[in-house]
Every structure is written in C-alpha cells, then in structure tokens.
Design a protein around this ligand. Structure first.
Ligand code: PMV
Length: 336
C-alpha cells in the first residue's frame, strides 16, 4: 500500500488529516472567470510549484463542535471574518460531497510570510482540499482534488499536481490542472523580490470580476492559447531564452488589463518598475533572468539554478528590495 493510501485510510478512521501543499508561480497567468462562483477561468494557465515554500493544514471533524473553528498561523478567526467564511464555504462543499454535517477544527500554518508576494491562497486551498476530503473519508482522484481546490481559489487547482502544471478550460468537472513535467525535469528557480509588504487593497477574487471592464481583456484572452503553447514548448525544451520572453509578455499584458480596468488596479509601485529595468540591464550584461509579476508589486525573477546566487546578490544591492525568497520546483499536494 502506498504511503498516501495508508494515510488516507488512517484519516478516514480518525476523521482527521494533515496535508501539505506548495504555492505556485504562474508563467502564463489566469485573470478573469467565465463563472465566478465555480471559478471557471476565462483562459488556460501554466505554473511551477514552489518546493521551498509550503502551507500545512490539519482538519479534524468533531461531533462536539457547534461550528467550524479556524486558526491560521496561530491566530484564531471569528465567524464574521471573510477568511473564515471562505474556508467554511470550502468545507461545506466537502460536507455536501460526503453528505455529513459535522463541524470541523481547521488549523493552518505557512513557512512564508504574508505579504511576500506569494499567492498564499493557492497553497492554502490545495492543502485544505486534500486534508478535509481525507478527514471526511473521501477517496478523490488528483483531478477531483484539483477541481475541489479550484473552487476555493482558482490558482489552487495548479498546486495539486506535481512540478510544472497546466490548468485547462472546461466545465466544473474538467477544468482541472495536470502535471506536464515533474519537479526534477528542470531546476528553474523563483527568486521572489519583495519591494512592499503592504496588504493589497483589491485581492484577486475582486480583481477577476473587474477583468471584463478592461477593453484589453479580449485581446489578452485571444492570445492566451498561443502564448501557453509557446511557453509549454519552451519549457519542455528547457529553453529559458524563449520561455523568458513569453512569461514577461504574458505578465505585462495581464497588468495592462489590470491598469485599464474600471476602477483601475495598479499593483505596481516604483520598486516594481526599478526591478523590471534592472532585470533588463542584468540580461544585457549576460545574466539570463526574466521577470513575472502576480497581483501585487513584488517581482518573481526566474532563472536556472546555476545563476541563482548572482541574481540574489544583484537584487540585494537595490535599495528598493526589502527581502528575497528563493524556491525551486515543488511536488504535489499530499497527506503528511
Ligand atoms: O487564484 P487567484 O484567485 O488568487 O488568482 C491568481 C491570479 C494571479 O496570481 C495574478 C495569476 C495566476 O495565474 O496565478
């Protein structure tokens, strides 16, 4: 019996489970939904799990509880907190799938700081999906786990399979992520350059709803398939020069949509622009490194492991840089 099967059996018996999941960085971005409630994306996307970073979540179904309880990084959440309601809603889906009404104790912690420019919701909802479904006694396929995770946070669908993952369009059942290459296929590194630790005013759930208000969104979506195909081909050929150009283009197009939405979303600050210009300069000097940026000001610098030290020390010399985190590719969401 595999270690995951054994852990799942134990979870079903004890009605409790602990799971670990990594966040991911998108090379081709998801921005906008066809269906907001189901989080069915308007375009396919492609990402890499970040192995050095993780969220670990324990779910315990307990008949003595009168409501769910939630603790994140040692902080208890009240019932009216939006984060609590989002998590409760997610566990409600699992309760629906299993036909149980028992409440749960949910405890979660991450080894990366909030506000570091890492989409914490991806790891959080991937880990919550694996832990809560196992504790409820469900045996789900990887595709079903990716579907479930997607309902909590779209990008969480990509934190379920291993390594490099592609999330495709489809209906509720088939809009899921699959692995296109394992972590050891290519030792790419994400050097996360933190230029602000402020909490963003508009999160991605709100941002996806604004995407359609930009006249640039239709052009972004029209070109997404082609960018994804070229990015996948470059990735599978381990061709960073081709892939780097595509990921920069894709990130900038997404930010063009954000900045031209109504109301506009300006996630960049002066530090963001400074890192973009520095990246171009480092490249001109012979350092192969490319940027991508999620829904925030911090910049993810993508390079091969041979160049990671050079990228980190170059970044640390810039006065705008507050912190630097480094991660290579990571494995799937799993019971621990
Ligand atoms: O999964 P969400 O709702 O947090 O959206 C993620 C949006 C981006 O990080 C900007 C892009 C992506 O594909 O991860």
């Amino acid at each position: 019996m595999s270690d995951q099967t054994e852990l799942r059996k134990k979870a079903a018996q004890t009605r409790q489970a602990t799971a670990l999941a990594h966040p991911n960085i998108a090379f081709i971005k998801y921005w906008g939904n066809q269906d907001h409630a189901l989080r069915l994306p308007i375009n396919p996307s492609l990402s890499m799990n970040l192995g050095a970073l993780f969220t670990q979540t324990t779910v315990i179904f307990d008949d003595s509880l009168s409501h769910d309880s939630l603790t994140i990084n040692q902080q208890d959440y009240t019932l009216d907190d939006p984060a609590y309601q989002r998590v409760r809603h997610h566990v409600d889906i699992v309760r629906e799938w299993t036909n149980i009404s028992t409440h749960a104790r949910i405890e979660s912690s991450s080894n990366f700081p909030v506000g570091s420019g890492i989409a914490s919701s991806a790891a959080a909802f991937a880990a919550l999906s694996v832990a809560s479904s196992a504790a409820a006694g469900l045996t789900l396929t990887e595709a079903q786990l990716s579907q479930l995770a997607r309902r909590g946070s779209g990008s969480a669908s990509r934190s379920v399979p291993t390594g490099y993952c592609e999330w495709t369009l489809g209906n509720d059942v088939d809009s899921v992520a699959v692995s296109i290459a394992p972590p050891n296929f290519w030792d790419l590194q994400d050097v996360v350059v933190v230029v602000s630790q402020e909490h963003k005013a508009v999160g991605s759930t709100g941002g996806h709803r604004l995407a359609d208000t930009s006249s640039l969104q239709s052009a972004r979506v029209a070109g997404a398939d082609d960018r994804l195909t070229r990015c996948r081909e470059a990735l599978l050929a381990r061709d960073l020069v081709s892939m780097g150009a595509i990921i920069e283009e894709d990130a900038v197009i997404m930010h063009g949509v954000m900045m031209s939405s109504q109301p506009p979303l300006y996630y960049w600050n002066a530090g963001t622009m400074r890192i973009i210009q520095a990246t171009q300069q480092w490249r001109a000097e012979g350092l192969p490194v490319y940027f991508t940026i999620d829904a925030g000001p911090n910049v993810h610098l993508i390079c091969e492991s041979a160049h990671v030290q050079a990228v980190v020390s170059a970044a640390k010399q810039l006065p705008e840089v507050q912190d630097v985190l480094v991660s290579g590719p990571g494995g799937p969401a799993r019971l621990v």
